[in-house]
Design a protein around this ligand. Sequence first.
Ligand SMILES: [Zn+2]
Length: 423
Amino acid sequence: MALDWTQPAFLAGTVLILARVAGELALERLNARHVEEHATELPEELRAATDPGTHRRAVEYTLAKSRLAMAASWLEGVLLLAVLWSGLLPWLWSRTGTAASGSVWGAAGFVLLVGAAFSAAGLPVSWYAQFRLEERFGFNRTTQRTWWLDRFKGFLLSLALLWPLLALILKLVEWMGGTWWLWAWGVVLMVQVTVAALMPVVILPLFNNLRPLAAGPLRDRLLALADRTHFKIRDLLVMDGSRRSRHSNAFFAGLGRFRRIILFDTLIEQLTGEELEAVLAHEIGHYRRRHVPKMLGAMAVGLLAGLGLLGWLAGQQPFYAAFGFADPHPAVAILLFGLLGGAVAFWLSPLMNWWSRRFEYEADEFAAKMMGSPDALVRALRRLSGENLSNLTPHPWYSVFHHSHPTLLQRERALIRGAALPG
Ligand SMILES: [Zn+2]
């Protein structure tokens, strides 16, 4: 069975992939030019936030990352198009006799194997990013051994989770007929929520060493803040982020009784006690403003829309024929959907980022209120921005597509505006 260029589905798939590559390249170019224009001349408001040396290094870092992102974009687009245009997938599908065997495990395995092959093709870029780019800017702390072990563990973990899940979904198609995607929605949602809930107790420890923050003035200070903000703290954990990178972070993980606040050891090294308190107040702000259930709710709606579309596509014979598959099979629909889905998700990322940035402002506002002033948070954000060589002057369109957090300047402005408001 040959590929049919005149098929709308094939054309649509090709256009989607090309549009994404073109969109990504255009954004990288816009951003790089914008950053270069601000390389020597910092906006007045930012002069207090950074020093010229750090700013120059942040510009170099941003431009180096941009060049790599462009290469990765090209590579991914070319690879995807080559695989779809060559008819390799339908050929493999029929040669392995996966459909003929009738086994859901076999069909699910086929989908995962193709996915793993694509991931493997991206390994050189990730390797270069870690051991050349991050290394050059002094961020890399990981060893070859740890890095490869991380990939291997990640692969095994995905296999252990996704293989049974995919096989179950294929069984649901057999059992439930036309409404399978609705059942699949329930199952996937349950798995996602379980994974999110157990993240800090089951998954993170596979990769990192987590230990409770040692007793002392810092712990007392942070626990007092939790008390003041009515946040029932389960555990204040320190993660050995320094084993892999000098980048620093703090985040909130897990749900219900498994929720934890996790501080990178690098963060503790870089910030003062008061600044750490402000960062923790920000994280508690996410919790108190119910951002986690809101995000999960949005994810559930998005997942329903995606699976609804998949359910519809899976019933369209021309969809399979367009990509060279002789017979419909739900596993093939899932595979094609997975390969093309990223190109669609790219155009939806502004919406998710816009929402996420709103949450960041809310958490910042909460932190400033709990700290009695925005000063400590502003100092912490400046410090972190410098330590991580954050891009202080991204192109606005680049931010729209890529940034889940507002820029330092935007956050400072919002914090100062908030502090100036009465009450
Ligand atoms: Zn945040």
